[in-house]
Every structure is written in C-alpha cells, then in structure tokens.
Design a protein. Structure first.
Length: 287
C-alpha cells in the first residue's frame, strides 16, 4: 500500500511540477495505476481493519422485527423479548443504531446539513423599479437578482443579472461560486428554464448547463431524477416524502413580487397538506 509521504509526493509532483503520470511513476518507482489512484483519492491511504463480528448480529433480525412493530420499544424490553443474556450496553448500542430507520418522520424536525454539502440557488424579483440611466427604468422581472445560500453556514450571496437568459444566468452563477471560494457538492435549482427542462416525460439538464458544469470540473449525471421543484427530490431520497401541487386562485404565479394567496387558499392548502401527511403516516404504519 502506498505510504502517506509517497501519496503526498505524487500529488505535489502532479500539481506543482506538472509532471505526467508516467514520469511520476518512473521517479517514485510505482505503477501508473497506483499514481492514478493516488490522484483520484480524497485523502491519504490508511489501513482499515475488517470489523469483527458481534454477538448482536445473530439476533439483529429479531430486533428489526420488534422495532418494525413497535419503533419506540425500550432496549430493556427488547432484551427480554429476545432472551438476551449478555451486556445490555452492547444491545442498547445496536438498538440505537437501528431505531431511526423505523421511527416515523418528525414534521417539526429541523433539517441539518454537513459543511459544503448543499446550496440553494434561486431568482428574486424585488418589488421596485430600478433606474438604469438615460431616464429609463426596469421592472423586477427584467432585472432579476440571482441568489445562492449555503445550507450549512446559511451564507447568502446575490448578484443582479441583466436577464434570465442562459448566458447572463451562468455568468452570475459563476460569480457567486467564485465569491464563495468553494463549490458545494449539491446545487439545487427551482425549475429554472436555463438550468433544466422536461423532455419525453423526464427532467434533464440543458446542454448549456452541462457544458458549464463540465468546464468547472463536475461529473454530470444526465439520469438525475427530480420531483419538479426546489429540493424535494434531494430530500425524498433520504426520507419518505409527500409532494402535492395546489392552485392559489391568483393571477400572479409563484415568485411573482405580487404573489399573495388569500387566507382561504392558505387554509385549503394546510388541510391538503395535513391529509397528505396523515395518509403517508398511515401508509408507513401499514408497511
């Protein structure tokens, strides 16, 4: 296995000295595949001992069966049901690991993120008339504000862009990423036409967006799936999700500066959301 010093030297020779993979392999006396693996890895190599089996592994299927029926059953009761005679601490640790998978989702829980994990991008249309010189002014829809907020730090940045056309949006997007001095692993957009579109019943990134991401060094997944708006697709991969569309009864659409549904519409949507949540909870309980 490649040592930490050699791993660091491989990356230094490649990045600082601009040496080819063949040259690095010849200088260090290692294979080219080893050089490629060192350049592709996110961290230095380390030895990981294969974990030994635990006595709890034998009874884990029974633990899962009990948690599926009673997600909040205490570990002490589970120990009695399965006839556990060993340390209760060992069993409690395994129960604590398995229990979250069987607990119903908490509608009041706060979503948390890892640093650098995700950022939300969107357009904001401030309700103002903006003077642009020579006695002219522009409406909010003519001069949108591109915003980006990091999920972990809540760092918010914004830039005024000339239009919603792809070239203006991508230039502003690049400026925001440069200002952040880093790029999140996931960038979420709210159905913007220059970013993605529906084709043959499936969402896909536009050709311009794919070119921009590849130029920035990203691997583009053309088989991505989306619920159609915001980051619902991202969250639905982590936990059970209910998504619905509701009309507001207003002439202005979502994100319009004068979009303001009536109190009756808000009440109807709240009841629909409650019905969806109860139906989802009932489905999970039956499953």
């Amino acid at each position: 296995m490649l040592g930490v010093e050699d791993w660091a030297e491989v990356r230094r020779l490649r990045r600082a000295e601009q040496m080819s993979i063949s040259e690095i392999a010849r200088v260090l006396g290692i294979s080219r595949n080893t050089v490629r693996a060192a350049l592709a890895s996110d961290g230095p190599p380390k030895y990981v001992r294969k974990p030994a089996g635990s006595a709890v592994d034998v009874v884990e299927p029974r633990i899962r069966e009990l948690l599926r029926a009673y997600p909040r059953m205490p570990a002490t009761v589970i120990a009695e049901r399965i006839g556990w005679t060993r340390s209760i601490r060992t069993l409690s640790s395994r129960v604590a690991e398995l229990r979250p998978a069987y607990l119903p989702p908490d509608p009041a829980s706060r979503t948390s993120y890892v640093a650098g994990e995700i950022a939300q991008c969107d357009l904001w249309f401030p309700p103002i008339m903006l003077p642009v010189g020579f006695g002219q002014a522009r409406k909010p829809v003519q001069l949108p504000v591109l915003t980006m907020i990091a999920g972990y730090s809540r760092w918010l940045s914004a830039v005024l862009i000339p239009s919603r056309r792809a070239e203006d949006l991508f230039a502003g997007w690049w400026q925001l990423i440069e200002g952040l001095q880093a790029c999140p692993r996931v960038l979420v957009w709210d159905g913007e036409g220059a970013i993605g579109r529906w084709r043959a019943g499936k969402p896909e990134l536009t050709a311009g967006c794919q070119q921009l991401l590849r130029a920035a060094g990203f691997k583009v997944d053309t088989e991505f799936r989306s619920c159609g708006a915001d980051d619902f697709s991202y969250f639905s991969a982590v936990m059970p999700t209910v998504m619905m569309f509701a009309g507001s009864g207003t002439a202005e659409s979502l994100h319009h500066p004068r979009f303001l549904p009536s109190d009756d519409s808000v009440g109807q949507v709240a009841r629909a959301m409650l019905a969806g949540y109860l139906a989802g909870a009932s489905s999970l309980a039956e499953g």
